[in-house]
Design a protein around this ligand. Structure first.
Ligand code: DQA
Length: 148
């Protein structure tokens, strides 16, 4: 099975960026761990990060035709702003889990609203990189047992 993890803007700076909020792990370390877990489960994981809204939209649109069964997405700052990225996920109609490293609900009020949550299968926030692992566990179980 083909799974996709998408990281939004500034997540390329993980490890350097506000480590008190986002932790010490780099994006490379997170992606390497997720890729290994997926491979051990007999699945393939594609990891994509961009700081550009349009590039994120293009990657979501490509998932419609490239065999992706499930998406794990941290839209980062676009969580709170991007109708267009949300629309892309609605358009491809693939199941996705929304992940945030930090607990967005215990932060500034402008982070409390997500344009993605009502379309997501589920939302994980506040657990750091473990949130991606939990989302991947779910995606593996879901995509391996789903009929298509
Ligand atoms: C984030 C939370 C967002 O509010 C923020 O803009 C990010 C990262 C998180 O993973 O905690 O860039 O999505």
């Amino acid at each position: 099975k083909q799974l996709l993890v998408i990281h939004g803007p500034n997540l390329n700076l993980l490890g350097i960026r506000e480590p008190g909020v986002y932790g010490a792990a780099t994006l490379e370390q997170i992606n390497a761990e997720l890729t290994k877990i997926a491979e051990d489960a007999g699945a393939k994981l594609d990891c994509f990060q961009s700081n550009h809204e349009g590039a994120l939209i293009d990657r979501v649109q490509a998932a419609r035709a490239d065999g992706t069964a499930f998406i794990i997405i941290n839209p980062a700052g676009y969580t709170h702003t991007s109708v267009a990225l949300r629309d892309a996920l609605a358009a491809v109609a693939l199941p996705f889990v929304e992940v945030h490293l930090s607990n967005i609900h215990k932060r500034e009020a402008f982070r409390h609203h997500s344009f993605f949550s009502e379309l997501a299968v589920g939302v994980i926030c506040g657990l750091g990189p473990a949130g991606y692992r939990l989302a991947l566990d779910y995606a593996l179980a879901h995509s391996l047992t789903s009929p298509a």
